[in-house]
Design a protein around this ligand. Structure first.
Ligand SMILES: Cc1cc2nc3c(=O)[nH]c(=O)nc-3n(C[C@H](O)[C@H](O)[C@H](O)COP(=O)(O)OP(=O)(O)OC[C@H]3O[C@@H](n4cnc5c(N)ncnc54)[C@H](O)[C@@H]3O)c2cc1C
Length: 295
């Protein structure tokens, strides 16, 4: 066996202990949730932590609860659990669908709700949909607790506002009051990350369309969405919203598509998403439907 340096493994079994260790050790230890993202960074030599703080034994972070109509997902809930939970499937089907479109069952069994937000990868599926349904992340430290919207949490490529003494402990999702869809456009294999991700949610007086995987952070334009906030959305309105999103956005280029290709896909996918949530007028309950297309 080679003589590599031993990595310290901290495995608290309660949230209190985990928070204390995180505060005490700060940036000297690296949090591990499912480990699916971190393992790749470590195997490729991008990071070489000397200490790991595993959340795997913290049962308090594994809850799926509904409190006063709001969904509360513990940070260690797996993607697979979000996909399969009967209450989420019934009342927040767009979340089951979006988490169920991530990679393969093997990855979804490992990857967690907290991990996918904390790694802030621009090409992940869940951030756009969580942003569209107005979810908030709960960040805790011994100093206290704060809740931040998804677009306040994710600041840039692999960058969040989580402080060195904080853990992301929960994600809270308001009651679904209208239709919501998630459309994942893949340009390579069926298990790939999205080339363009579009999430749209509509409730009385409000339309929110969020585009993921095209820029550093999920993109949404409330002024453009205002056009489709009330009343039935006709084809012309949906087309116009798609066109303005495509025009205003400055998409990135990567191995999944050039900026110009993405711009064209955004126009089409945003239009389709708006048509889907708009078909139900002001959104009277079709939130239960949660359909969403793929490429
Ligand atoms: C083969 C493969 C295919 C993939 N395809 C897709 C895809 O199609 N769509 C998609 O969206 N994603 C995809 N992913 C990404 C996968 O979903 C992420 O790797 C996963 O979301 C990270 O979750 P994790 O629990 O494993 O996090 P980890 O790897 O454990 O951690 C990720 C980062 O977040 C930090 N962290 C984790 N939890 C917390 C917390 N509670 N508080 C503070 N910091 C924390 C860690 O320190 C680390 O920096 C794919 C991954 C793989 C390996």
């Amino acid at each position: 066996m080679g003589g590599g340096t031993a990595v310290e493994w901290l495995a608290p079994s309660s949230l209190e202990e985990a928070l204390a260790l995180r505060a005490e050790r700060g940036g000297d230890t690296t949090v591990v949730a499912g480990g699916s993202f971190l393992a790749i960074l470590m195997n490729q030599g991008f990071v070489a932590p000397t200490s790991l703080l595993s959340l795997g034994k913290v049962q308090e972070l594994r809850g799926i609860d509904v409190v006063d109509g709001e969904l509360r997902l513990g940070a260690m809930v797996s993607h697979r659990a979000v996909e399969r939970d009967p209450v989420i499937r019934r009342d927040w089907p767009v979340l089951s669908r979006a988490f169920g479109l991530v990679a393969s069952p093997r990855v979804r069994n490992q990857a967690t709700v907290g991990g996918v937000l904390a790694d802030a990868d621009y090409a992940s599926d869940p951030p756009a949909v969580l942003c569209a349904v107005n979810a908030r992340a709960v960040l805790r430290s011994p100093r206290g607790v704060r809740q931040v919207a998804i677009d306040e949490l994710i600041l840039g490529f692999y960058e969040t506002c989580i402080a060195e003494d904080e853990l992301l402990t929960e994600v809270r999702v308001p009651a679904a009051l209208g239709p919501a869809v998630y459309r994942k456009f893949r340009s390579r294999s069926s298990e790939d990350r999205p080339c363009v991700a579009v999430a749209a949610a509509r409730s009385a007086g409000r339309l929110r369309v969020v585009v993921g995987a095209c820029a550093e952070v999920p993109q949404h334009y409330p002024d453009v969405c205002a056009e489709g906030a009330d009343g039935p959305i006709d084809d012309a309105v949906a087309r116009e919203i798609g066109a303005v999103y495509a025009k205003r956005m400055a998409p990135l280029s990567d191995s999944r598509g050039s900026a110009e290709y993405r711009r064209r896909v955004v126009a089409v996918e945003v239009r389709r998403a708006v048509e889907m949530v708009g078909a139900d007028g002001a959104g009277n309950g079709a939130g239960r439907e949660g359909a969403g297309g793929e490429e």
